[in-house]
Design a protein around this ligand. Structure first.
Ligand SMILES: CC1=C(CCC(=O)O)c2cc3nc(cc4[nH]c(cc5[nH]c(cc1n2)c(C)c5CCC(=O)O)c(CCC(=O)O)c4C)C(CCC(=O)O)=C3C
Ligand SMILES: [Fe+2]
Length: 353
């Protein structure tokens, strides 16, 4: 059923595009092979990550969390009178984005908005989603098809508001559990190679788009909560140890804080929108255990994905672009895999590619 059929530039469906995760132990290896194909991740690191997934029975929560977010979004769009069908596709695991895109096409959709589950610029957070879209269209040769990726949303006021809500509730919970201890607030995001950060964003702007967006988002949330003092750190690094990634790593940072006499920390995973494996393993298991060893009181704030304010942000983005409007020149916005800027987030050359 077509909505807005009177407007030829209108969009008639939404593709919710994410990373994907395994659903059974047998899926773990093939999933990780998809993630790391040609990415130069050492086999020892992969063996380690296999164990993280097996620790949770080989099931990542990411697909279930995305499906919940999609249900919430569908309800919100319906409430606004926008009955846009929502489809779900992933980069690395089923439902794969190419299969979903074919299904959308078979269902008659030609103009589709794409919501990526990353707020950020950079190769992993933005350009790779453009590549996913281009790859998904490889077998669909129809000039009528438009898959328009929605822009990076890390600077949207509702993103900052949702992250602020999450941190505020964690600080309240910490205060109730540890009266008299003022916790250090630590924002965390996925580390990326230094070289990837240097080439993040348009070359003409000098790179560093990813780390500067994370820093700016943390600063905006801190301002909203009137926090003077906080740290921004990185997690989940992979890749060979001799290659520099963004630092400090959260675990090194916890050691450092403990050595400086800090009594407690509240960790805000601003870099992720759901409690997927890199949050529940790296933060709720690894970092939490280390904090306990160091004698640090530790609490991890929720991610933004379950906050109605965040769902309402996705709905706002959809409404802004659904009738053909919206700022198509915004960073990260592009049709059918086209980059938003020339020479943007150029992937680092890797051995063997
Ligand atoms: C910036 C960024 C985001 C945030 C933006 C976004 O959300 O898109 C993100 C998200 C995620 N990363 C995830 C999982 C993994 N990431 C890996 C590897 C890597 N991530 C990188 C960066 C990012 N990753 C990089 C530079 C690598 C090295 C390899 C490469 O250069 O590409 C590996 C390989 C093993 C390892 O080395 O850890 C895994 C398993 C999951 C799903 C978790 C689940 O299953 O629940 C999610 C949401
Ligand atoms: Fe990752």
């Amino acid at each position: 059923m077509r909505q807005n059929s009177g407007n030829s530039s209108a969009f008639d469906a939404l593709l919710f595009l994410s990373f994907g995760g395994p659903e059974r132990p047998e899926d773990v290896r093939p999933f990780l092979e998809n993630v790391t194909r040609g990415r130069g991740v050492p086999p020892e690191r992969l063996d380690e990550v296999v164990q993280h997934y097996l620790h949770f029975g080989g099931v990542s929560p990411i697909n279930r969390l995305n499906l919940t977010m999609i249900d919430d979004l569908r309800a919100e769009l319906e409430r606004r009178g926008r009955n846009l069908p929502i489809y779900f596709g992933n980069r690395n695991w089923h439902p794969m984005v190419a299969d979903t895109t074919q299904r959308m096409y078979d269902d008659g959709h030609r103009r589709v908005l794409v919501f990526p589950t990353s707020a950020w610029g950079g190769y992993s957070g933005c350009r790779q989603y453009h590549e996913d879209i281009a790859g998904a269209l490889a077998h669909i040769e129809d000039p009528a098809v438009v898959l328009r990726k929605l822009p990076q949303f890390c600077a949207e006021p509702k993103f900052v508001e949702a992250a602020g809500n999450a941190l505020r509730s964690a600080l309240a919970e910490f205060a109730a559990a540890h009266p008299g201890t003022a916790p250090r607030v630590v924002f965390t995001a996925h580390s990326i190679p230094e070289s990837a950060d240097r080439s993040a964003g348009p070359a003409a702007d000098g790179g560093r788009l990813y780390s500067s967006q994370i820093t700016a988002a943390a600063q905006a949330v801190a301002r909203e909560l009137e926090l003077d003092d906080y740290d921004v750190v990185w997690q989940s690094r992979s890749g060979p140890p001799q290659i520099p990634w963004l630092e400090p790593d959260i675990c090194d940072h916890l050691r450092d804080l403990a050595a400086r006499g800090t009594a407690g920390v509240v960790v805000m995973p601003i870099g992720f929108i759901s409690d997927h494996l890199e949050v529940i393993w790296d933060l709720d298991s690894e970092a939490r255990d280390l904090a306990a060893d160091l004698g640090l009181s530790y609490l991890r704030a929720p991610t933004v994905g379950t906050d109605p304010v965040f769902v309402s942000l996705i709905a706002d983005l959809v409404e802004r672009f659904a009738d053909g409007g919206g700022d198509v020149t915004a960073m990260g916005c592009g049709d059918n895999g086209a980059l938003c800027r020339p020479d943007c987030c150029v992937p680092a050359r890797r051995p063997g590619r």
